[in-house]
Unconditional design. Structure first.
Length: 426
């Protein structure tokens, strides 16, 4: 979601000025994108770039990049329509209220503040709807097909377990290949080449301390380049990113500064073990919508089933008879012990709001309409199991990003797209 402060900061930017001509800039399958839509998307993209500190490209480059983003968004909206995925007004309003609350505003105050500063609230509102819709589509088309094996988790923990620990301190080692004041291009090239050569030796297994003592121009060379322990808030600027992301024992690529090229090793890490996780044992009944079952039909069926459960009917028996989730229906709708992040956000939010024994009102997720009952909750505090859960979540997210990129490229390649950005009239 966009940050309100950056929206306001850019509201008066000359780059946001719209042109009067509303010509077609792209044809996407049986739909078109017109200039006003492109301009509205640029108005929303610019604050994102500003928030990340990204240099704003030229107008020509910006238009082409944003148009491609808009094409991908349009293709996903078309796909969602084909699959019958919708974002109802209640879901959208909840999302907008959440944005307003995070900025310390009511929804009406958010609208007023945006419009007073030149940001069209309807555009902001529909962009929010699109983000929710594409998220639901990706959950259905990509996320549910991702699998992580025990062997993959084992390899991750062997190689990257340190990345799962909340870091408090890091121990650093350092090698400097120095540059003179006002170095020539050849001196810079020679220093870079030397640093890259040292890095190859280190990654081939050479001892960092020995290389530092023999080759480093840093003041701690004779100490093996040992810089000691640093609290995360006090890590030298050059090493901040590496200290947050590299695993124990890893060495950075050469980092250039006015003093030369630096190689930094994460020699050791002190951190806190993961916090205990609240697990929920739950069961549910799913009704999918289709050409024969409307949204209202699904909701009404679940309302009736909920009343029967509250009246004493057995949840498991009704789940076996009525649930469209074939994976759990035979088990009486039983989901087992559910960890945070195991289910889609809409399901997790509804489940987390329940007390043990309580049955939810019908709610929608990307998979259809549900009712869920929480049976029990527990705190899972076994460190090894927590690390495995965190490792699985990290791998799932990594795979999701790759799978989503592949899916979007396929969606783009299979579509009919006619770009008209440079064809006069624009």
């Amino acid at each position: 979601m966009l940050l309100l402060c950056t929206l306001l900061a850019l509201a008066g930017s000359p780059a946001l000025a719209s042109r009067p001509l509303d010509s077609i800039v792209a044809v996407v399958n049986n739909d078109v994108i017109v200039h006003s839509e492109l301009q509205a998307e640029i108005d929303l993209v610019l604050p994102e770039l500003q928030a990340r500190g990204t240099n704003i490209p030229s107008r020509e480059v910006l238009e082409k990049q944003v148009l491609e983003r808009l094409i991908l968004k349009r293709l996903q909206l078309q796909q969602a329509e084909q699959l019958g995925i919708e974002v109802d007004e209640e879901t959208l309003t909840q999302a907008l209220n959440g944005i307003a609350a995070r900025n310390g505003l009511s929804l009406e105050e958010l609208r007023s503040t945006l419009e007073q500063n030149g940001v069209d609230f309807d555009n902001f509102r529909e962009d929010t709807r699109s983000q929710i819709l594409t998220s639901q589509l990706q959950q259905q088309a990509v996320m549910r097909n991702i699998r992580v094996s025990d062997a993959e988790v084992d390899r991750f923990l062997e190689q990257e377990a340190d990345t799962l620990i909340q870091r408090r301190e890091v121990k650093l080692q350092h090698i400097l290949v120095a540059l003179p004041d006002s170095p020539t291009a050849s001196q810079v090239a020679a220093a870079r080449s030397k640093a890259q050569g040292l890095l190859r030796r280190l990654r081939d297994g050479a001892d960092f301390a020995s290389i530092a003592a023999a080759q480093s121009d840093g003041r701690r060379a004779l100490d093996g380049g040992d810089l000691g322990w640093f609290p995360m808030a006090e890590v030298p600027t050059l090493a901040v990113e590496a200290s947050q992301t590299l695993a124990k024992g890893e060495v950075t690529d050469p980092i250039k500064s006015p003093s030369g090229f630096h190689l930094i090793k994460i020699a050791d890490i002190k951190g806190d073990d993961p916090e205990p996780v609240r697990q929920t044992q739950a069961r549910h009944i799913l009704i999918r919508t289709n050409e024969m079952v409307s949204e209202d039909d699904a909701r009404r069926r679940l309302e009736q089933l909920r009343l029967r459960i509250l009246g004493g009917d057995d949840f498991a028996t009704l789940a076996r008879a009525h649930s469209d989730d074939t994976g759990t229906a035979l088990k009486g709708g039983d989901l087992g012990w559910v960890d945070p992040g195991d289910t889609v956000p809409e399901f997790e939010e509804a489940m987390d709001a329940l007390a043990p024994g309580e049955v939810s009102q019908p709610f929608r997720s990307p998979f259809g309409w549900h009712i869920v009952q929480v049976q029990e909750r527990r705190q899972q505090d076994t460190t090894d199991e927590l690390l495995r859960m965190k490792a699985e979540a990290a791998l799932r997210q990594r795979k999701a990003e790759e799978a989503t990129d592949i899916w979007l490229r396929q969606l783009r390649d299979e579509a009919y797209v006619d770009l008209r950005l440079d064809q006069g009239g624009y």
